[in-house]
Design a protein around this ligand. Structure first.
Ligand code: PLP
Length: 412
């Protein structure tokens, strides 16, 4: 008699491999066999020679964390010093907002997204995001027995589609009587789009119009905050600050990209809550969620990142080192924009960041064809109701000299 499968039926058909990691493995294998390969699938910033770019002062801060800090448990909600430092850094230019903020430490920004989904949506409900979005949003929602619903992200001219955004918001509020909107900005993954001041103001106006209809939560996923072309405070905080008190505003914060320590797994969820009673309730709910999932975060990691956020010697050193990485990335972006415009590629406004997306009618076939020629990009199907699929190009992992080859392959 064969043993019945013990996994619950809905978990028996989970995909075995993350598609991006699969493509990366194939690119690495072909390169190891001596082929000339450009691997534009990796979501980490690499030097032009392919080494992972790591900020030297981050390395120093990690190495100088004492052994007892690595060994001991952290408090469930995170060390108070870390939570305070994250809030102070996010609101450095709007310190009055810090008084309304509560933070809970999470394993990376992914943990922050997980907590938002679990605490701001009922089981079975869907989060709202743009039609092009980072795939793990759907995995995180699915794993938490929630779903994802989207609004068309761009107008035919390639600008943020505010009318579709409002329609989507209205639809979800009507259906669910509650909305969790997730916006990844600046340097949206996968499209590379960064919203400007005007777009943020308009998004805030729309939110404000719908805030009284039911619990409305905006989550800004700030994973790429250190790489945006605009001042986050002037563009995002000034626009959303007036919403606090009318609705909930959350920030998913991550140390992964900002401090080039992806594997350290440090992040935070910051919730802006005007009412002190609701703020205390929020803090308790988020802490409870931590206890019920990963228990507590890596104390050594929290200590290292706290120092990277507060130490008077480390902070300016990191800023200078990061400026060099920013320059490395900006040069690739400039070459991409020049070549892609000449080649007539269709892609949204791209002012910097780890990724850019090129639209294509048949993205899966195009990615396969590119792969045959040794150029690896990540295909995404056309979102429901839209015609154009997408090819995500991780310029963060492509040497400047290889950018023209990527564009040539995209346009051939
Ligand atoms: C859009 C977006 N949000 C959040 C994250 C979270 O990253 P981590 O969990 O490593 O902090 C990532 C990482 O790639 C991302 O691209």
């Amino acid at each position: 008699m064969t043993k019945p499968i013990s996994l619950i039926p809905t978990h028996q058909t989970r995909p075995a491999e993350d598609p991006i990691f699969g493509l990366n493995a194939e690119a690495t294998e072909r390169r190891a066999r001596g082929e000339s390969v450009v691997n534009a699938t990796v979501g980490a910033l690499l030097h032009d020679d392919g080494r992972l770019a790591v900020l030297p002062s981050s390395v120093r801060a990690v190495h100088e964390v004492p052994a007892e800090e690595w060994a001991a448990y952290a408090p469930i909600a995170g060390t108070p010093g870390f939570n305070k430092a994250v809030i102070a850094s996010l609101f450095a230019k709007r310190p009055e907002l810090a008084a309304k903020a509560v933070a809970v430490a999470t394993p990376g920004g992914s943990g922050a997204l997980r907590h938002a989904i679990a605490n701001y949506l009922e089981p079975g409900q869907a989060l709202l995001t743009s039609s092009y979005f980072w795939g793990p949003y759907a995995t995180l929602a699915d794993e938490g027995e929630r779903g994802v619903t989207t609004f068309p992200m761009f107008t035919p001219e390639g600008r943020l589609d505010l009318a579709s955004f409002e329609e989507g918001l209205d639809r979800v509020m009507t259906a669910q009587k509650r909305v969790l909107l997730m916006i990844n900005d600046p340097c949206h993954n996968p499209t590379g789009y960064s919203m400007n001041d005007e777009e943020w103001k308009q998004v805030a106006e729309v939110l404000s119009r719908h805030a009284e209809r039911g619990p409305l939560t905006l989550l800004v996923d700030t994973a790429y905050i250190a790489y945006g072309a605009r001042d986050f405070s002037a563009t995002v905080l000034d626009a959303v600050a007036p919403l606090i008190g009318k609705m909930s505003v959350l920030f998913a914060w991550s140390a992964s990209k900002t401090f080039t320590h992806y594997g350290l797994r440090v992040g935070a969820l910051i919730a802006m809550v005007d009412d002190p009673r609701e703020r205390a309730m929020t803090e308790a709910a988020l802490s409870y969620s931590s206890r019920g999932t990963w228990s507590n975060c890596n104390r050594g990691g929290l200590a290292a990142i706290t120092r990277m956020l507060t130490d008077q010697v480390i902070v300016p050193a990191l800023d200078a080192e990061r400026a060099q990485l920013q320059q490395l990335l900006d040069q690739r972006v400039a070459v991409f924009n020049r070549e892609a415009k000449n080649a007539g590629l269709r892609y949204p406004r791209y002012e910097g960041g780890f990724f850019v997306t090129v639209f294509h009618e048949d993205s899966a076939a195009k990615a396969r064809q590119m792969k045959e020629g040794g150029v690896f990009v990540v295909p995404q199907r056309a979102p429901a109701g839209e015609k154009l699929g997408a090819l995500r190009v991780a310029l963060c992992s492509v040497a400047e000299k290889d950018v023209p080859r990527v564009v040539a392959s995209l346009s051939s």
